[in-house]
Design a protein around this ligand. Sequence first.
Ligand code: SRM
Ligand code: SF4
Length: 579
Amino acid sequence: MASSLPATDRSRDISQPVEKLAPEEALKVGSDYLAGSIASDLIDEITLAVDENNNKLMKFHGIYMQDDRDLRDERRHQKLEPAYTFMLRARMPGGVCTPEQWLGIDRIARDFGNDQLRLTTRQTFQFHYLIRDTLRDVMTGLRDVGIDSKAACGDVARTVMSGVNPGLSKLHKQVYEQARLTSEHVIHRTSAYEEVWFGEKPAEPRGEHEEPFYGRQYMPRKFKIGFAVPPSNDIDIYSQDLGFIAVSSRGKLKGFNITVGGGMGRTDRAPETYPRLADVLGYIDVEHLLPAVDAVMAVQRDYGARDVRAHARFKYTVDDKGLDWIRQAVEANLGFELQPAKKYAFESNGDLLGWVTGDDGLEHCTLYIENGRIINRPGRPLMDGLRAIAQTGLATFRMTPNQGLILSDIEPKQRHRVEALMRTFKIEPTTKHHSALRLNSMACVALPTCALAMAESERYLPELVTKIEVLLDNHGLREEPITIRMTGCPNGCARPYIAEIGLTGRAPGKYNLYLGAGFHGERLNKMLLENVGEPAILEALDTHLGAFAKDRKPGEHFGDFVVRTGVVPEVKEGRHFND
Ligand code: SRM
Ligand code: SF4
């Protein structure tokens, strides 16, 4: 990231004795700009794992070591090493992928990734089940199609999100371009990536010049940036550390309202951790975008907590310092005052499913993909179908913030060819059998790959939704859009705290049930039941959906209804989330 800011403040934390900081800070400082000893670990013949420090450093390269949780006990019993595999997440600003890139991704998934791909809640894709010894082949395969996995994970600015459905307005293309530029701007520069994965020695030893913005300590924690184009809040702007809400005039992008301090992650029984919705800080013209990104990130870089990692996200810095202090610090970095925020309004945080014709006359089809898993299932060869469509070169592939996929930018005359392939491979944007609840559902990966999962999520939510659909049918609510999101732990990877129905895993088969978030992600939900199983969840939903069907006001959403009728109180601030 080429910074326009002086680096002086950056030394603030580095100057503290490293031993007073979280161990990860010392690891970063001593890692030779993230190289660590990853390269030698990759060829260790004794194990298929990497050591714990290198595992942490590899996250900055987009890679996590995991083990198959379904096999963990059995392997322990047999005194075998855990079944180590690796997850690799790509950097894909705004989720945009050419057909050639899709073919490259598809090939890697078939060769190395257990014949499947996973679209994520931040508009990119992950390979799972990679074996350590194939990681360099995977990296090379990605590079061959112009994709990298830098900044997909780690204490840096992550892949930048952008509401991308180009069919919605001309503005989307302009905003996407700014998101792409921002992603290029915030990416960490270290040559360790090329050295570790492609054996390219840097021209000179890595030193202070390596990371002009980040320095040796990078950010205190992950930092997430997103761009929203009203009226769609598909990227959930209020969950981003730093958000930009597009402001336009007659279809031309003028600037952005800036939001700061959003985040989802919390820990059960640790009230000092909480989800927080971002605040609107002010407005900037479009030409000030990159300086504004630098200015906000520098505040978190210099003042974010580096001693307690559970307190190291920007949302806590914003609460610790106060919004006015943050605004002044940002303005001091920028050298001018932010303008007052402009008016804007959101309508939903879901995807607009199905076909639309864009302002430019091109055709775009948004597909609902259950929990983002791209795989061939009996009678539903989704992965083969998408490959066949990519082979025609007729569509761009755009990943949505709701784990969906848009086949986009299709010439009207060619639409019938894409539709014919969709029919052949049984790909439908939505189906008659899907309730509006299912189409507004998201689940995180959880078991068996996620090391932090305490309960099922992706493998269970579809089944639970089927049971809730019976209730919806009983109450005449099948077509009623209601958001439901499940995660296997409280970290919140599917942004469950801004779903009208949220479920977070506590233990196998046990979840917290939250109700009452706003339909467009503008209000947090509130816990109704703690650590309960399916019967209690279904009973509660039956009661409250039944009351909603009977007593709702015209046009009222389920989340608004349960707050209005006092089923759950309104949560005004994240830090009171656990009260
Ligand atoms: Fe996440 C950690 C999956 C979006 C908050 N997340 C993880 C890890 C890497 C587990 C780990 O650290 O070992 C999960 C890998 C599971 C696997 O097997 O693939 C994981 N997160 C995901 C994905 C794939 C969920 C999905 O089903 O789509 C999403 C990938 C997004 C991407 O492409 O970058 C994903 N994670 C999110 C989001 C949503 C968002 O950013 O919009 C959040 C909440 C927003 C936020 O950051 O506050 C999120 N993930 C976390 C946290 C809690 C962070 C916190 O500060 O509280 C963790 C745990 C951590 O970092 O320590 C985590
Ligand atoms: Fe894993 Fe928890 Fe994230 Fe789900 S929410 S993917 S269980 S870290």
